[in-house]
Design a protein around this ligand. Sequence first.
Ligand code: C2R
Length: 177
Amino acid sequence: MTTDPAPRVAVVMGSISDHRVMVDAVDTLTELGISTEVRVVSAHRTPHDMVTFGEQAADRGIRVIIAGAGGAAHLPGMLAATTRLPVIGVPIGLKHLDGIDSLLSIAQMPSGVPVATVAIDGARNAAHLAARIIALTDEAVADRVDQHRQAIAEASRESNTQLDQPAPLGQMVPPAV
Ligand code: C2R
């Protein structure tokens, strides 16, 4: 469901290989009715494109940037240096070091240049955080965020039925969020 005419959240990633993780952010924003643009842009490989992207984003109507990057993950921080928009960083877990390297690269920003960092591969929560920021000034999005909060609360309560009639160990199903 997409109801916005122009994208208000940009989901960017350092490589197309990050798409397997970042697609969760795109799907979640779509479910919440927030139109999204999706781009590959890299501080390392396309630095000039990245600066242009960051500098123009606010004037194009973007309100939040979600940036996913793995390894030496400079993209979220470098974007935060080029724009006043809130930037949410998603550390991507790669084969070596399991994403700890990107988590620390994204979280350890110098004072005055903030990046809100979610968990390794936490693209879905990045989208929920972006939605909450958009919801500050958009009642329709606020309603959808509240509906989602209710849905996960109900799913959590509902999972108690599994304890009332326990399935064999290891076959209990966590609530879908
Ligand atoms: P390839 O799979 O294309 O070799 O990329 C990407 O986010 C990806 O996870 C491997 C990893 O390199 C990361 N990358 C960055 C940046 N650009 C690409 N961390 C950046 O600018 O920070």
